[in-house]
Design a binder for this molecule. Structure first.
Ligand SMILES: [Zn+2]
Length: 136
């Protein structure tokens, strides 16, 4: 199935619809969601401006990072909920200990998940509207 992209100059080009499975696998490996050749991470807690292999722009307009923060917050909420259910219902731990475990997880998980939240957000954006090429 083909999708249609509108270029900024009004030119319309056809492009292939990206594969969800390929995009998801690239996200899990922290690779460019478009080509899968290069990492999206420049250094810890720093995402590259664009892909060095295919020039896909990772750092789009101001505010684009809010989606990555949203992915991180939602995932952290689900992890905390799952951990709470595991500690209370399965392991039967003391309530005071559960609070300490959940507090620690709520502090550490979003930091550990930072690059993955960016990768998932870039992959989602690639699937929904396609990532633009870097102008440089
Ligand atoms: Zn790429």
């Amino acid at each position: 199935m083909n999708a249609v992209d509108k270029m900024s100059a009004g030119e319309v080009v056809k492009r292939e619809r990206p594969s969800i499975i390929n995009t998801l696998l690239r996200c899990l490996r922290l690779r460019c969601p478009v080509c899968g050749e290069a990492s999206i991470v420049q250094r810890p807690f720093k995402i590259k401006h664009h892909c060095p292999s295919c020039d896909t722009l990772f750092m789009r307009e101001a505010g684009f990072f809010v989606g990555a923060i949203l992915v991180n917050v939602i995932t952290t909420d689900f992890v905390i909920l799952a951990l709470y259910i595991l500690c209370l219902a399965v392991l039967g731990l003391d309530y005071q200990l559960i609070i300490k475990i959940l507090f620690g997880a709520a502090l550490l998980f979003p930091v550990a998940f930072y690059h993955y939240s960016w990768s998932i957000w870039l992959g989602f954006d690639h699937l929904v509207e396609g990532l633009p090429k870097s102008p440089t």
